[in-house]
Design a binder for this molecule. Structure first.
Ligand code: ACO
Length: 325
């Protein structure tokens, strides 16, 4: 049985924050951010919007694209590190918002690799015969956990949401191969230290700014370059694809230098790589589905194309997937 993406949708908040805007609140410059990351601007959700609000809009767009009603959906999987609450899950809130009355719903926490993990979980539920129609969402309001006094991190992230519907598809099409991985031994290089059971919220955690993202950028960078290449090669090998068979790469959008390094290894020209981090920054689990949605709507991906999704993120984790579109 083959499982493929029958609908894709996304939503980004309207408010744009440019590098120039950031240079007014931390010691940075438009030139530094562009040169070191490739990011020009990012979207930030209004104060009254949470992750489920933007995710709901992306979900509705994906359902419309798949020509399905909310009540057709059997399962909702939400990949996020910025859930509305510790509980209930953001997936359950979205289920209520869209009226997916028969769907089971849960969140997964896999950092920026979460969306590809979500697709692989959805594929397995369909292949096992448990469900027919699965809605997978990657959604983040990273602006809520970014330290706006910390120039090393606040310039990198943005808010957004993307979603895909998975269903059975024509033989030979859809998801061809999956490669997932984790290295928990190095997890401390990217962490939100407080707010969980290890360091519950207290005056101390707030005063010491421990509810914000802490990152060793250089370590994450080295890890990213290493695993993007390895995860990509492994997914291609599992699908019996050669480098030359690859039509389009949709990489996690964290840093242009990381994408360039992966593209060089895969010998891909620029027009076959999806890049939108200049407009949105790193939207963590939302970055791949938003990029995929834009590439599909811009007709950069056509029926029969071999595409590769590849991501890395907190955990540390990585994930890659080949799809015949
Ligand atoms: N503006 C100006 N200067 C800055 C800024 C800034 N915004 N940020 C850091 N600097 C300074 C540093 O303080 C340092 O100064 P120093 O030499 O006087 O100490 C200098 O610039 C160089 O800093 P580096 O950290 O060496 O800069 P680097 O080229 O490594 O770029 C960056 C930093 C962009 C963070 C890079 O390491 C990176 O992209 N890493 C990967 C991050 C990533 O992908 N994170 C996402 C994880 S996904 C998830 O799950 C959330």
């Amino acid at each position: 049985m083959c499982v493929g993406i029958s609908g894709v949708g996304s939503y980004v908040p309207e408010k744009i924050v440019t590098n120039h805007d950031l240079s007014k609140i931390v010691e940075t410059s438009n030139e530094w951010i562009i040169e070191r990351t490739g990011i020009h601007e990012r979207r930030i959700a209004d104060d009254d919007m949470a992750t489920s609000d933007i995710a709901t809009k992306a979900a509705i767009n994906a359902l419309e694209d798949a020509k399905l009603r909310p009540e057709d959906i059997d399962l909702i999987i939400v990949a996020t590190v910025t859930a509305d609450h510790a509980f209930p899950s953001t997936a359950c809130i979205i289920q209520k918002n869209i009226g997916a009355v028969k769907a089971a719903a849960f969140d997964i926490s896999v950092g920026c690799s979460g969306f590809v993990y979500g697709l692989s979980i959805g594929e397995n539920f369909i292949k096992s015969g448990t469900y027919d129609k699965v809605l997978v969402i990657g959604a983040e309001t990273l602006s809520r956990v970014v330290d706006w006094q910390e120039r090393n991190t606040c310039v990198l992230f943005g808010d957004g949401a993307g979603a895909c519907v998975l269903e059975k598809c024509e033989e030979g099409f859809g998801i061809l191969s999956i490669e997932l991985g984790s290295d928990g031994s190095n997890g401390e290089v990217l962490v939100q230290p407080a707010g969980g059971s290890r360091l519950p919220a207290s005056m101390d955690t707030v005063e010491n700014r421990l509810h914000f993202i802490k990152m060793d950028g250089k370590e994450v960078f080295k890890f990213a370059v290493r695993v993007m290449e390895r995860a990509s090669s492994n997914a291609l090998k599992k699908a019996n694809l050669q480098l030359g068979d690859l039509d389009f790469l949709v990489p996690h959008q964290a840093n242009m230098r990381i994408i360039d390094a992966a593209a060089k290894k895969l010998k891909l020209e620029k027009d076959r790589i999806c890049v939108n981090l200049n407009k949105y920054g790193n939207m963590s689990s939302a970055s791949i589905p938003v990029a995929l949605d834009e590439a599909v709507k811009d007709n950069k991906i056509n029926k029969g194309d071999n595409i590769l999704l590849v991501a890395f993120g907190a955990g540390l984790t990585w994930a890659s997937m080949t799809i015949k579109w």
